[in-house]
Design a protein around this ligand. Structure first.
Ligand SMILES: CC(C)(COP(=O)(O)OP(=O)(O)OC[C@H]1O[C@@H](n2cnc3c(N)ncnc32)[C@H](O)[C@@H]1OP(=O)(O)O)[C@@H](O)C(=O)NCCC(=O)NCCS
Length: 173
């Protein structure tokens, strides 16, 4: 008789203070696809994010995403690009999934929960974000295209990377 272990359970939930250390580790393992931050900066972005999620598999944090409103004081040049052009949006500042857990629907599940929560917020009509195009982040470009994001512009950043600015409408029931 063969034995089998239970399927790993994926849980998407709101970030709690104890998650800042594990998400920092995942963040820093994924620079430059996401921007490098220290603990204070990460805590600030989490605080500024009405939607701040972690993905857990078997109770271990394996991914996260942070989504700001359109009226944050956040000083990112990419966030500012959207505030100068759009009113009704939320901005996904960063998403990362641990390399050992990619390609298993974790990113898709995080975005589905973001979409569910945005549908409850008046005026949260589009999710905005940027993806590196030079040098390219091929995996993220494919992921975001698959999830229905459309390029609405590009910009060169002061940190030497050209980025694609993308939007996706919120699904409202
Ligand atoms: C981008 C990222 C968040 C995707 O997360 P993930 O959990 O691996 O993605 P999923 O498994 O949920 O994939 C969702 C869909 O995107 C597609 N996709 C994901 N990664 C892909 C890749 N590298 N190449 C092609 N397609 C990809 C999948 O095929 C899947 O499509 P399907 O559901 O129709 O089969 C993850 O690769 C990551 O953390 N990358 C490093 C950090 C990063 O680049 N962040 C984004 C900065 S803009």
């Amino acid at each position: 008789m063969s034995s089998s272990s239970p399927s790993p359970e994926l849980v998407i939930r709101s970030i709690e203070p104890a998650d800042v250390d594990p998400i920092l580790l995942i963040n820093e393992a994924n620079v430059p696809e996401v921007g490098s931050v220290d603990a204070d900066r990460m805590a600030f972005i989490v605080e500024e994010s009405p939607i701040a999620l972690v993905a857990e598999i078997d109770a271990a944090v394996v991914g996260f995403c942070l989504v700001l409103s359109h009226d944050s004081t956040y000083d990112s040049v990419n966030y500012r690009w959207f505030t100068q052009r759009y009113d009704e949006f939320m901005y996904l500042d960063r998403v990362a999934v641990d390399a050992s857990c990619r390609g298993r629907g974790v990113g898709r599940s995080l975005y589905a929960e973001v979409d569910r929560r945005m549908a409850l917020i008046d005026g949260a009509d589009h999710l905005a974000l940027e993806v590196n195009v030079d040098p390219p982040n091929e995996g993220s470009l494919a992921f975001h295209a698959r999830l229905g994001f459309i390029e609405v512009g590009q910009q060169d950043t002061p940190y030497g990377i050209r980025v694609s600015m993308q939007l996706r409408p919120t699904s409202r029931p």
